[in-house]
Design a protein. Sequence first.
Length: 387
Amino acid sequence: MNEQLKKQFFVDQLSQDQERVIGDINDYIGTSVANNNHAVAIIQGAAGTGKSVVLMDLVTKYMTDKRYKTALVVNHPELFKAYKDIAESIPGMRERDITRPTPLINHAQKNHWRYDVIFVDEAHLLLSKPEPYMHYNGNNQLTDLMDLAKVVVVVYDFAQVFQSKMYWSKDFLYKTIGNRPHKLFDMNFQYRMIASESQVKWMDDLTAEKPLYPFPNDSDFEFKVFDKAGELYDNIVQKNKSVGLSRVVATSGFPRIDGRHNVEMDSFSLPWDEWNPQRTHWAKREYSIKQVGTIYTLQGFDLNFVGMIIGPSFGYDAKTDSMTILPEKYSHKEIFKKRQDKQFTKAEFKAFIANVLNVLMKRGKYGLYLTAYDDALRQRLLELYRD
């Protein structure tokens, strides 16, 4: 198995918190399979709380046991590739049992398949409305999966909801589950980043449009603010050479210049990441150091250092001394698609955009390098950094 994937999805020694959660979920799965009552186990946790490690422990246990008919479902194309790679290295795990939700639902319904356990990673990416162009004609993928299995184990982070077609909130989740048996397993401990709680809070406060304050200096987590995106990039390139897995990422909103849809700022100009059918996921490709990552290639993956370019859809309000979110400047219009069953408010659309920035900032295990396209926001961040 690739060492980078091994580090992300497996640990030599589980923490007491992780062992407790895994034990509780194992008990719940065993009871639910015996009762055949279409139950739901909800693993909830923010970015970096070790959800993937817990899920992989459960997946390895049940998907290598021939007594159970199982499947692992993930709706993120890059993470899907990673799980396929992992399956090749685990004796008894069949690669064909790892799938995207739409193919599994369509084939299972057509062939009347039933499962003991279906695991769903990044369940906040399940479709919650019909999407015919994605070959999904149902109303809610979680509902369909619950009908197919004795128990569905879903991993949710409601702060990673970015689009209307994949809209989930805790209330909407419980409404979807209805009167089926369910249990919440909450993971509220941080494992990815070596950052302190106060440093993680700084990131959360920034995206929540709260008043700005200096980044706390109370851990070994490396934080820097740059005036030039070109300088930020040069530093990320050096980190990539010295420690690996260091990439530049950005949020949407950069204007087209001379027909190019690059991320362009001062001396910096690089293309966005590209969807690629090859097996190697984006963060592992050598040439991706010359591209700009997005939520669509990095959600669910760890980096060592992340260079974050806050895009034009974020500004600065001097009166409140806070970063502001500007939905009208967000160029990826997929998040604004209308749906018949819900009308979204401006605040909800702003939350989608804030979630993208929050998750991208937390990709780096050891450090965050930061700059902003908006001049006023960048200068204020620099002032606080230099104080």
